[in-house]
Design a protein around this ligand. Structure first.
Ligand code: PSU
Ligand code: MN
Length: 310
């Protein structure tokens, strides 16, 4: 029995890792469940290009044919983008069944962290992390992403957490689990489509170099687990906070009326908010994802220099 049965790196990712070159992991739930076709495919390709332009190798991760595939080609991305919701959304709990049965799955933040860690990738860019949902006191809906951040040593560059979540409770949960929350060039934890949430971060960090220093200090001292690097959406492309809040309230109400829960709720809310804002939220989502890919690549470049010892 060996991990090779379940893990497959693309040639470019394998070569880059062997040479200690910077590599950035990217997730696939954002492609299959987070955005409509064709914007999802365009965004996946643009994120990979943004990583390359900033000096790192992209490694989009998905479960395909019972393997955790690290580094996808254009045909794989197109398949994920076109098949969309037909591909199971795969978090930690889904991996054993999907892998053993030769199935496909779109990896969430949690399962992308697992794949990245198995491959030896420490830096990961996404849109937003899952969190504690509004009304969690009743529903107990807390994303497995938070527990994964507590245990798996991968740094996640994101634009904060969406206001479909309870941001205050999400930050409390991360504090309990010992997950550092850093604000990139901000003192405030961003709210995904917008720059401000009203909640602070643990530390403000202004350069990728300081982020890399912090990751080294964390992992060299045996403090396992992830880090949330919260990178606010650029001002020029941020959505209108009131319009988002209004759409979110309506979408949450619809989800409640239709009895949507469990892993279906995040994709449902994303799609409804996009429809209710006339696509404005989708435009912001694409821009923040690209912005995160660029920062993650800059960080991966700094971190790999430290690993190489110069
Ligand atoms: N946030 C987004 N788009 C997404 C997701 C989050 O803006 O597509 C996805 C991520 O893959 C994240 C998952 O890991 O939703 C969280 O789902 P849940 O709340 O069911 O854990
Ligand atoms: Mn959930």
């Amino acid at each position: 029995m060996s991990i090779q049965k379940y893990l497959q790196l693309s040639p470019s990712v394998r070569e880059a890792l062997a040479a200690q070159q910077p590599v950035v992991a990217l997730e696939s739930t954002i492609i299959a469940h987070g955005m409509p076709y064709p914007q999802n495919l365009e965004t996946a390709l643009r994120m990979e290009n943004a990583v390359r332009e900033s000096g790192a190798i992209p490694a989009t991760i998905a479960i395909l044919g019972g393997k955790i595939r690290v580094g996808l080609d254009a045909a794989d991305l197109e398949y994920l983008a076109k098949t969309g919701h037909q591909i199971p959304k795969a978090s930690r709990r889904d991996l054993p069944f999907l892998l053993s049965q030769g199935a496909n799955g779109a990896t969430t933040v949690a399962s992308t962290m697992i794949g990245a860690d198995l491959a030896g990738i420490q830096i990961f860019a996404t849109g937003g992390i899952g969190g504690v949902h509004r009304g969690a006191a009743q529903s107990m809906d807390i994303s497995a992403d938070l527990q994964e951040l507590a245990r798996t040593s991968v740094a996640v560059v994101c634009a904060g957490a969406k206001s479909i979540l309870d941001i205050g409770l999400t930050l409390e949960y991360l504090e309990t689990q010992g997950v550092p929350v850093l604000g990139y060039q901000t003192n405030e934890f961003p709210a995904f489509y917008t720059r401000n949430s009203g909640f602070g971060v643990d530390y403000r960090v202004d350069t990728p170099e300081i982020l890399a220093e912090m990751l080294e200090a964390k992992w060299v001292t045996g403090l396992q687990g992830g880090v949330v690097i919260a990178n606010p959406i650029p001002e020029q492309v941020a959505a209108d906070g009131l319009a988002i809040e209004h759409a979110t309230t309506l979408a949450l109400q619809e989800a409640d009326e239709q009895g949507i829960r469990g892993k279906a709720i995040t994709p449902f809310l994303l799609a409804r908010i996009a429809a209710l804002t006339g696509g404005k939220s989708l435009g912001a989502n694409i821009e923040l994802a690209l912005n995160n890919a660029r920062l993650a690549a800059q960080l991966a470049v700094c971190y790999s220099r430290r690993v190489q010892g110069h």
